[in-house]
Design a protein around this ligand. Structure first.
Ligand SMILES: Cc1cc2nc3c(=O)[nH]c(=O)nc-3n(C[C@H](O)[C@H](O)[C@H](O)COP(=O)(O)OP(=O)(O)OC[C@H]3O[C@@H](n4cnc5c(N)ncnc54)[C@H](O)[C@@H]3O)c2cc1C
Length: 488
């Protein structure tokens, strides 16, 4: 045998035993989840994040286990979100704020409070099936309690009660009964087991778990600048501080959030998407001494009566959304890709907000508008104060439908995938599809979700909260946003 053929055989044998090298660009929840799960299944992963820490992009505050905050999405998307959320709770168990969500339709809105009932019944029966298949899926409580309807007299009967046992769903309605102007609402109202998520505890879990996975190499403050494709992979050009270097990878995962289109442009793989800039506001309501559920008052998106949303946190902190252009939404804040670029172009004022933060005046005035929007339904909430800087960012929505809420991964050729999620809970599905696509799974259908990343699901509540508090402070937010609220 000639020496060159012998050398080639050795090379091939070498390659077969070498784990695939994967560059995951973007250390948000999608990139971090994919990187950890791929590395735990045997890939050699580099997680490349241009920022100083993981999961530091737009906010993540609701689990969306059933998509009940959205009236306009399909049943299919609701069921996808339900299934994905259950996996998220199982893999990221320390991130939940367990409290129900009250969904109310104001008289000023055209909606019928009973219109969602068939969908709720379907979601409930699907949840029941998932729990029957595997008891570990019962993370949203008893399926029979997934939702309840309350008439006006049921609510009024609670107005003089005191909260004593929050395991009793009725008791979550006590502050609602005391403080909400019931005269403005249509009945029944719905209470559904839609929980909160803490973005700081998600960041903490990713940060703590990733450091214990030897085959997952995290490169913070490192930006992807260029990429050239070759027959057997990619040569990526990366920058860390003043240093620029290049490195070969077999596979490239684009998980760069609202900037996914920039990398699509770099690698000449065009794709249509939307990007939307939005914000939620942090307030402190010192007069509050009860545990609130999440509350949403429906309204037509983009109009002055757009949905108002109250999200409780620990220590009297509340996050607010108001789906009007003066509060959560921004004029011209929803933009699509063009035939020239896959990257939608946000107005400069919004990219400046993302990169440099907000002026105090805008922060103050938008938060005050959010407080007044909520106070239309909860008059005593008018005493709430600005509690911190807003939570904000741009959200990517792949494809042509800006109302899409359940999306995961899209494969392009043999060595490129883009992970584009709209909701955090879709990250695990994207990772599982990547594992399958790269042939890293042994196809064992019995493998439970927790076993894909024992380093993640096995973290203790205490270490997660401590790290989450540090991250909240580093990012300039009150530590209460990182603490557990609701049922423990
Ligand atoms: C106001 C608002 C409220 C929201 N509320 C919720 C909610 O309640 N629940 C929910 O599930 N979702 C919510 N979302 C959506 C959620 O925030 C996103 O779906 C999620 O953060 C997307 O995660 P990601 O990992 O895909 O992207 P990101 O978190 O944006 O991460 C992408 C990362 O890529 C990095 N990056 C980009 N380009 C490069 C490069 N060239 N080199 C290196 N790194 C790069 C960025 O620095 C960033 O860290 C909300 C969004 C907004 C705007």
């Amino acid at each position: 045998m000639s020496t060159s053929i012998y050398k080639r055989i050795i090379e091939l044998m070498d390659n077969q035993s070498k784990p695939i090298s994967v560059a995951v660009v973007g250390g948000g929840i999608s990139g971090s989840t994919c990187a950890m799960l791929l590395a735990e299944q045997g890939a050699n992963v580099s997680l490349i994040e241009k920022g100083p820490s993981l999961v530091n992009g737009p906010p993540i505050c609701h689990l969306h286990a059933g998509g009940n905050l959205y009236r306009e999405i399909s049943e299919h998307q609701c069921l996808e979100l339900l299934r994905q959320s259950i996996d998220t709770v199982r893999l990221y168990p320390q991130c939940l704020n367990v409290r129900p969500t009250v969904v109310a339709v104001p008289k000023s809105d055209n909606g019928d409070p009973l219109a969602l009932l068939p969908r709720l019944k379907l979601i409930q029966s699907t949840y029941q099936q998932l729990v029957s298949q595997d008891e570990r899926n019962s993370v949203l409580g008893e399926p029979a309690d997934y939702y309840r309807l309350y008439k006006r007299e049921d609510i009024e009967a609670l107005a003089n009660s005191t909260q004593t046992d929050l395991k009793d769903i009725d008791q979550w309605l006590i502050p609602f009964a005391k403080h909400v102007d019931l005269e403005q609402l249509k009945f029944p109202i719905v209470v559904v087991q839609e929980f909160g998520l803490s973005v700081f505890r998600m960041a903490a879990m990713a940060d703590l778990a990733v450091s214990t996975i030897p085959s997952c190499n995290v490169r913070l403050n490192t930006e992807l600048l260029g990429a050239s494709e070759s027959e057997n992979g990619w040569r990526l050009e990366l920058r860390n501080g003043d240093q620029t270097y290049s490195q070969h990878f077999d596979y490239l995962v684009n998980a760069s959030g609202f900037e996914t289109g920039k990398i699509d442009d770099l690698v000449s793989k065009p794709k249509q998407r939307f990007v939307e800039f939005k914000a939620a506001y942090v307030t402190r309501w010192s007069d509050c001494n009860e545990q609130w559920p999440e509350v949403i008052f429906h309204g037509e998106r983009g109009t002055p009566k757009g949905m108002a949303q109250l999200t409780p946190y620990a220590g009297g902190y509340f996050q607010l959304h108001g789906m009007t252009e003066e509060i959560t939404l921004f004029k011209g804040g929803l933009v699509g890709s063009s035939h020239l670029s896959s990257q939608p172009r946000l107005p400069n004022a919004y990219t400046r907000k993302i990169n440099q933060g907000w002026s105090n005046e805008i922060q103050q005035s938008r938060t005050e508008k959010a407080i007044h929007h909520l106070a239309c339904f909860i008059p005593s909430f008018v005493t709430a104060q600005v509690g911190g800087k807003p939570l904000y960012g741009a959200q990517q929505i792949p494809g042509n439908d800006p109302s899409l809420r359940a999306a995961d991964v899209h494969f392009e050729g043999n060595n490129y995938a883009r992970v584009e999620i709209v909701k955090a809970s879709s990250a695990i599905d994207a990772a599982m599809k990547l594992i399958k696509h790269l042939g890293l799974s042994d196809g064992n259908a019995e493998q439970i979700i927790e076993s894909y990343s024992p380093n993640l699901s096995g973290l203790s509540a205490n270490e997660v909260v401590l790290r989450a508090e540090e991250l909240a402070l580093q990012r300039g937010y009150p530590v209460e946003l990182a603490q557990v609220s609701g049922l423990n």
